[in-house]
Write a protein that binds this ligand. Structure first.
Ligand SMILES: [Fe+2]
Length: 211
């Protein structure tokens, strides 16, 4: 597995291009800005783009979808069913005019496959109802979008966000992950679940029932 990170945009979002070394199949996770950078990387590395996966519908995670789809018409734009409508609605995705129709509606706990890699779609709701994390158990990596950062968690006060959902997600999903799982969040630094358990005050407050 190869993971390329681009940190771009006003909110310094992380976009990841994840590829399988044997088949060259790849996916783009959360393309932030309208730029050819992602397209060029895919071409230069001779990758076969299968999916554009959106961890949730917010504007800063979806600004590059259109330009990628224009260059790779066969790839599938994928989003969880609970964020599908928000992708079509600028009021819900907090953009001026972004309206994207997804090709694939993801279901909770289904798998997305790239060659030998299998990413489980976890519904890590709380930041939005359809927020997902992509978990590759064998490789011990998880892409968390805005559900979990290394030293913070995603806000729950935006459209379809929920404090209770976030609490459920921290306790029932993220706290079940072992210390050596590598966490690739939608903003800020990459780390491990061990780092989260040391640095992340909100995560600790929630799992200790202090929220
Ligand atoms: Fe967000």
């Amino acid at each position: 597995m190869n993971i390329k990170r681009f940190t771009l945009g006003k909110l310094l979002n992380n976009t990841y291009i994840v590829s399988d070394r044997k088949t060259n199949e790849c996916m783009v996770i959360d393309p932030t800005v309208d730029t050819l950078v992602y397209v060029n990387y895919i071409r230069e590395n001779d990758l076969d783009l299968k999916y554009i996966v959106l961890t949730h519908n917010h504007h800063d995670h979806i600004g590059g979808v259109k330009i990628i789809k224009e260059h790779f018409a066969d790839c599938d734009i994928c989003i969880h069913k609970n964020d599908y409508k928000g992708l079509l609605d600028p009021k819900l995705n907090y953009s001026e005019d972004i309206k994207i129709k997804a090709d694939v509606i993801l279901k909770t706990n289904q798998y997305l496959t790239l060659g030998s890699l299998n990413f489980k779609v976890l519904n890590t709701k709380g930041h939005t109802k359809g927020s997902i994390s992509l978990y590759e158990e064998n490789k011990k990596v998880i892409f968390t979008g805005d559900a979990l950062f290394i030293d913070d968690i995603g806000r729950w006060d935006l459209a379809s966000g929920s404090k209770n959902d976030s609490i459920e997600t921290m306790k029932n999903i993220f706290d079940k992950l072992e210390d050596d799982i590598k966490v690739y969040p939608g903003h800020e630094n990459i780390g491990t679940m061990k780092d989260v358990r040391i640095q992340n005050e909100w995560f600790l407050k929630i799992i200790n029932d202090e929220v």
